[in-house]
Design a protein around this ligand. Structure first.
Ligand code: IPM
Ligand code: MG
Length: 382
């Protein structure tokens, strides 16, 4: 906590495209309110990234703006992309902003916690009994592997075209993310699942080797190696069995979207991308909901702001060193859900089930959560 002194934290907001500006506004509102009640201030700077930055500056994010982000205590990002900039062959694409931030700021660890709020069990397509006890943390390597390996675009005459993507990993890249996964498991149920395709890929066999070495440093944490295909199946048949799942960039991308189905809506889930840089308050990081820019619902005040608001809780915990404030945000979200407040994505299809719930827009949901920041009741999600 702030021990009675008034602190100021520097946070860069990147609204981005689509629903990004709406959800980032919701996140800022909650952070400013928790600052008011806990006695700290946030000094906000706004940076353009994604399609809107391409329109204004011709690049997905300007290098100076990446540097500005890197000098802050934390970054809160909405989402980037949209149909206007969707040509996969374009030289300049909105996603390049994400890679410039992740790679440029060394944010190698992407944490995606997945929990199921009891009130939302009915919103998931999975049977309720499968969701009982789901509380997993996906730890995705974010600055290596096939995302950052060499790429050769398709070339050659029609009928003989070829392309390639390479998937490199160094021992050091694997070791630091696996070690973080073990450390995080220590504060949870002490079980790590390392996911790969070791029956095919050389890089996966390196992951196994290094993970076994790291495991020796953590005798109190259990480890299982699992192939990515069987993990994909188990995530929807026995999701409660997983505690910490650690894996490479591409597998983590795919499995985390799959795991998000457990929570009832993609709109619920937060993420943190962390590197090695320590600030005076904690670990520098970038926080964003795991949903995309959802251009089809942009500007209509219907996007679910909870993924972003829960990302601000991760920001408070990791980058500002304020775990109590983080819990207060998580409890406020739980309390709003317990009270039957729902954005559109969380509304059950059946009228009978929806009858006792209150539909809210983005702004009203953020307001309801802000109003509940003082509540100490409710089951805080992690
Ligand atoms: C994610 C997204 C990005 C990724 C896309 C937008 C490039 O899917 O953050 O999971 O693949 O990393
Ligand atoms: Mg993804």
């Amino acid at each position: 906590m702030t021990s009675g002194q008034s602190s100021t934290y520097r946070i860069v907001a990147i609204p981005g495209d689509g629903v990004g500006p709406e959800v980032v506004a919701a996140g800022r509102r909650v952070l400013d309110a928790i600052g008011d009640s806990e006695g700290f201030r946030i000094d906000w700077t706004e940076v353009a990234a994604g399609g809107n930055a391409i329109d204004r500056f011709g690049v997905a994010i300007r290098p100076d703006d990446v540097a500005l982000c890197g000098a802050a205590d934390a970054v809160l990002l909405g989402a980037v992309g949209g149909p206007k900039w969707d040509d996969p062959k374009a030289a300049v694409r909105p996603e390049q902003a994400l890679f410039a931030l992740r790679g440029g700021l060394g944010l190698y660890a992407n944490l995606r916690p997945v929990t199921v709020h009891p009130a939302l069990v009915g919103s998931s397509p999975l049977r309720p009994e499968l969701l009982d006890g789901v509380d997993l943390l996906m730890v995705r390597e974010l600055t290596g592997g096939i995302y950052f390996g060499e790429r050769a675009e398709a070339s050659g005459p029609p009928g003989q075209r070829s392309a390639s993507d390479s998937l490199p990993y160094t021992e050091a890249e694997v070791r630091r993310i696996v070690r973080l996964a073990f450390e995080l498991a220590r504060g949870r149920r002490k079980a790590v699942t390392q996911v790969d395709k070791a029956n095919v890929l050389a890089t996966s066999r390196l992951w196994r080797l290094v993970t076994d070495e790291v495991a020796h440093e953590f005798p109190d944490v259990s480890l299982e190696h699992r192939l990515v295909d069987s993990t994909a199946m188990l995530l929807v048949t026995r999701p409660a069995d997983f505690d910490v799942v650690v894996t490479e960039n591409l597998f983590g991308d795919i499995l985390s979207d799959e795991a998000s189905v457990l929570a009832g809506s993609l709109g619920m889930l937060p993420s943190a991308s962390l590197g090695e840089r320590q600030t005076a308050h904690g670990t520098f990081g970038l926080y964003e909901p795991i949903h995309g820019s959802a251009p089809d619902i942009a500007g209509q005040d219907i996007a679910n702001p909870i993924g972003t608001i829960l990302s601000t809780a991760m920001l408070l915990r990791w980058s500002l060193g304020l775990p109590e404030a983080a819990l207060a945000v998580e409890r406020a979200v739980s309390s709003a859900l317990d009270d039957g407040l729902r954005t559109r994505d969380l509304m059950p299809e059946h009228a009978a089930l929806a009858a006792h719930l209150t539909p809210l827009g983005t702004v009203a949901m953020a307001g309801a959560i802000t109003d509940r920041l003082g509540t100490r009741a409710g089951a805080g999600a992690r």
